[in-house]
Design a protein around this ligand. Structure first.
Ligand SMILES: Cc1cc2nc3c(=O)[nH]c(=O)nc-3n(C[C@H](O)[C@H](O)[C@H](O)COP(=O)(O)O)c2cc1C
Length: 224
């Protein structure tokens, strides 16, 4: 059974997470989840929100491993279709990392800049054209999105949708935050470079991480 068939069988059949987690673990499969922080500011609120998301993902099952990659300082420039490599910067190192078969899911985190993703996030997603051109090398992986803004209605959801559209162009299987919040992804508010008081937002980050891991485990159990 391939990854697409999983969507119409496993989920429809309503297999429980614990059942499939155990199956995936028994198969000895590592379920690696990579988070990519698209903030130009290293170690700030976008990275913090992604760390919370990854912790929740890891807590789902011991077979889940995680890695946070920060794009800050990688010198990734505007994508030029005429010469993509010229502006790749540190994106080049990420090509083999993100496309590894054991990477089951990719969570993209971005600050909200004027109601949309950061320019660094857009540059990253545009450089991901290389995966589309390599037979959709990211296809079938699970995708999730985290957006951190300074305002309560600062455009977090608009930003999620924008990033999700780009992930869909890579054939990632995009999921939102799981229950009980169960909407479009993680939406957090940064107050003075601190997200720790945003209880609701932290909840969405945790629910997203857990949901991404659960779906990845179900998929791994089915295609093993
Ligand atoms: C150019 C720019 C535009 C911004 N636009 C918005 C916005 O539209 N809505 C919002 O809620 N926050 C906006 N912010 C605030 C950032 O989204 C917020 O500070 C975010 O947490 C930064 O992420 P970081 O801590 O990872 O750098 C903007 C910040 C900058 C620098």
């Amino acid at each position: 059974m391939n990854r697409r068939e999983f969507l119409t069988s496993t989920l429809a059949a309503g297999a429980t997470t614990s059942t499939v987690s155990a199956a995936a673990a028994q198969n000895g499969k590592e379920i690696k989840i990579i988070a990519v922080s698209c903030s130009p500011r290293k170690g700030k609120t976008t990275a913090a929100a992604l760390s919370i998301c990854l912790e929740a993902a890891k807590a789902v099952n011991p077979s889940v491993t995680t890695e946070l990659i920060e794009l800050a300082g990688r010198n990734i420039g505007v994508y030029d279709p005429a010469d993509p490599k010229a502006s790749q910067g540190g994106f080049a190192d990420l090509i083999p990392v993100l496309s590894q078969p054991n990477v089951a899911a990719i969570v993209v985190g971005t600050p909200v800049y004027f109601g949309n993703m950061s320019s660094l996030c857009k540059a990253f997603l545009d450089h991901c054209m290389v995966f589309r051109q390599q037979k959709f090398a990211l296809g079938g992986k699970i995708g999730g999105v985290v957006a951190v803004g300074a305002g309560r209605n600062g455009g977090q959801e608009l930003t999620l949708q924008s990033v999700q559209a780009a992930l869909m162009c890579q054939e990632l299987i995009v999921v939102g935050d799981g229950q009980p919040s169960a909407h479009f992804g993680a939406t957090l508010i940064n107050t003075n470079d601190d997200i720790s008081k945003d209880e609701f937002g932290i909840g969405t980050a945790k629910n997203l991480g857990r949901h991404v891991a659960e779906v990845a485990l179900k998929l791994a159990a089915k295609v093993a």
